[in-house]
Design a protein around this ligand. Structure first.
Ligand code: ADP
Ligand code: MG
Length: 660
């Protein structure tokens, strides 16, 4: 047994798979691997039942397409014989006379069209022989290839129980070769996908769906052909074979008559259950007739997927008419003649069972899925597996993913939502900071441009004013005006200098400083009115820090000046130094009038000042900001300007890493 196409009997059209796990759920041997959220058929263990093809609503599961190969065969081979499965009346329901269908098949170029039901007639008598009572051995029918694959792969110890009899398809192929010689090709036409891989005595197998497509492609319909009878030998009761229990009726026995002797099970759940019980000797001395589908008429190669009972009635109708017109004498003659051919079949142990992991491994896999205690095992089946343990085992085998577990995924989703919310918040504050620094960068460029342009004319004004002043007599009334010009020009120069300071993209020149001494020196360089107390406190263990002392001095003095200017009626300025081995922190706290909430945002914008003109330039804090950034540090402000909310005052906090 085995066929070249076997390797790729059923496969996934990746684009179409929407990962609903229905195919996993419906696969009787769980040979569908979910990888990266896509269902892939592991052909090694696939039994070709085609269940996944039937159940996939997205048409993402397809079976091997034999149309081209058959078309090729028909053009290149002289004698291609079609052997037609007796389930066809269930799918070609609008063709009232089966002879029309045979005519259509011949029109495609087939040399002969033979009846698989005659093969069923032949093997039925062989079955009868082996299931006679007192034979001593129990058999499992071997006419359904998916069942045969299932036993060979998953219950190899039962291979010897498979009825050693050819399937009706193989039987008719042997009849054909006996009649027409060995240089023929045989194409099976039926409802089955597994048949494509059943036997190399068949050259190709078409499904009814494929046959219909071939008709459409060739423009053949039921009106355009000459009706034709099957090529002999003609069948008898074998035609009832495709509905479940069909074989038994063919054998002329039903399970009613012979008691527990033959057990019929069809469909993906029942056949497995029956095999399990058979294996456990719970149904001793019984024979099993098993069909993977709910009768061949529900096979995946049918173009119409439903209507089980309608299909059954179509088969009955067909068989009845057939039997009425049966030439019994000829039939028995044919049976006699062809039962002499070899109808034996052998099967092999093709064990493809996977090792069952040990308990600890399974427990660990379950743990990863969040299943700690028995009540966590919901066994909800959402993943496609019946139980959480089966799912865990599949995960260990590498054919399933954790994400298939619905409760697990929901939990994960919840966590992701939380994470997302968190990072959203972070993003918002980062965006705010970015906006601020972008704004400052633009301002910087603009300021630099303006400052640069103003510098030269200012120099000229100062120089010429001084020149003119020197030439004037001491009592010249213009002298005072010129002095004013020089003074105001100097002020302009100071502003321009501040602008350049803010805008410059200087490197920092880092040197070591004792931060406490440094703070003391900074206080000495600002004028502190008498009504203001200034103090420095420090609990920093290692006071030596790396800073650009020139620039940092500007930071300190600017913050101190601001604090002093915020306390026109006196108060207290405290400089508090703290930190650890990674960073140091300097807080400048005053008891001044504080900063209003609306002004908080504008603090670091160049030219923002609340001080009267002539006093404030609004360039102090932008400068501070720039220098702190160059030290990879940050600057925070806390302030209260509302007396209702307690003492007013402002604290600027510098946090600067020790390693820049
Ligand atoms: P300037 O001091 O020239 O006004 P700054 O950039 O140094 O410019 O400060 C901008 C504004 O920030 C000040 O005008 C003031 O309104 C506010 N400000 C800064 N520091 C303080 C403080 N310690 N207390 C209250 N307001 C402050
Ligand atoms: Mg200032």
């Amino acid at each position: 047994m085995g066929h070249a196409n076997r390797n790729k009997l059923v496969f996934t059209v990746k684009d179409k798979c929407r990962v609903c796990y229905t195919c996993v759920r419906e696969c009787p041997v769980k040979t569908i691997k979910i990888i990266n959220g896509q269902a892939e058929v592991l052909s090694e263990r696939c039994i070709g039942c085609g269940n996944c093809v039937n159940v996939c609503s997205q048409k993402a599961k397809v079976y091997f397409d034999s149309k081209q190969l058959v078309t090729h065969m028909l053009t290149n081979e002289k004698k291609v014989i079609a052997v037609l499965a007796p389930s066809f009346p269930a799918d070609f329901t609008d063709i009232k006379d089966y002879k029309v269908l045979i005519g259509m098949i011949k029109h495609l170029g087939f040399y002969k069209v033979m009846d698989v039901a005659f093969g069923a007639d032949l093997v039925a008598s062989k079955y009868k022989e082996i299931i006679e009572p007192n034979n001593g051995k129990s058999y499992i029918s071997s006419d359904c290839p998916a069942i045969v694959f299932y036993i060979e792969h998953f219950h190899p110890e039962l291979v010897s129980n498979l009825a050693p009899i050819a399937s009706p398809m193989v039987a008719i192929a042997r009849v054909a070769r006996k009649k027409y010689g060995n240089d023929i090709k045989v194409v099976f036409i039926g409802p089955c996908v597994a048949k494509k891989a059943e036997s190399n005595e068949i050259d190709e197998a078409l499904t009814f769906s494929e046959l219909k497509e071939l008709f459409v492609n060739a423009g053949i319909d039921d009106k355009s052909v000459i009706p034709s009878e099957f090529d002999p030998p003609l069948s008898g009761k074998g035609a009832i074979f495709p509905v479940s229990r069909g074989l038994l009726q063919t054998v002329n026995k039903t399970d009613d008559i012979i008691g527990g002797e033959v057990i019929v099970a069809s469909g993906k759940n029942n056949f497995k259950e029956a095999i399990k019980e058979f294996e456990n000797n719970e149904i001793a001395n019984s024979h099993l007739e098993l069909l993977c589908c709910n009768g061949c008429i529900m096979g995946p190669g049918m173009s119409e997927k439903n209507k089980l009972f309608f299909k059954r009635s179509q088969i009955s109708k067909y068989v009845n008419t057939k039997l009425q017109n049966l030439d019994r004498i000829q039939w028995e003659k044919d049976l006699n003649e062809f039962s002499k051919i070899n109808l034996k079949q052998t099967f092999s142990n093709l064990d493809r069972r996977l090792e069952i992991p040990d308990t600890i491994e399974i427990e660990n896999a379950l743990l990863k899925l969040g299943k700690v205690k028995p009540s966590d095992h919901l066994n909800c089946g959402a993943c496609g597996y019946d139980t959480c343990i089966e799912h865990a085992i599949a995960v260990i085998h590498g054919s399933a993913e954790d994400e298939m577990c619905l409760p697990y995924s929901i939990e994960k989703l919840h966590n992701s939502i939380n994470d997302l919310n968190l990072s959203n918040e972070k993003l918002a504050s980062a965006r705010q900071a970015l906006k601020q620094s972008e704004k400052l960068a633009h301002m910087g460029q603009l300021s630099a441009g303006i400052a640069h342009e103003l510098n030269n004319p200012l120099g000229v004004i100062t120089m010429y004013s001084n020149l003119v002043m020197e030439e004037l007599k001491k009592d010249d009334p213009l002298l005072k005006d010129l002095e004013l010009i020089v003074e105001q020009s100097a002020r302009c120069k100071k502003i321009v200098g501040g602008l350049l300071n803010f805008a410059r993209k200087n490197q920092v020149r880092i040197n070591e400083a004792h931060i406490l001494d440094f703070a003391k020196r900074s206080l000495e360089s600002v004028v502190i009115p008498e009504n203001i107390k200034a103090n420095i406190v420090s609990d920093l263990l290692d006071p030596f820090v790396m800073i650009d002392t020139d620039q940092m001095m500007q930071v300190f003095t600017n913050l101190e000046k601001n604090a002093i200017e915020a306390m026109p009626d006196g108060g207290e300025l405290i400089i508090k130094i703290s930190g650890n081995e990674n960073f140091f922190e300097v807080q400048f706290s005053d008891t001044g009038y504080g900063i209003s909430e609306e002004n908080m945002e504008k603090l670091f914008t160049p030219f923002f000042t609340t001080k009267e003109s002539g006093k404030g330039t609004g360039l102090g804090l932008p400068l501070v900001y720039g220098i702190i950034k160059m030290h990879n540090g940050k600057i925070d402000v806390k302030s209260n300007n509302d007396i209702q909310k307690g003492k007013t005052g402002t604290t600027f906090i510098l946090t600067i890493p020790r390693i820049n």
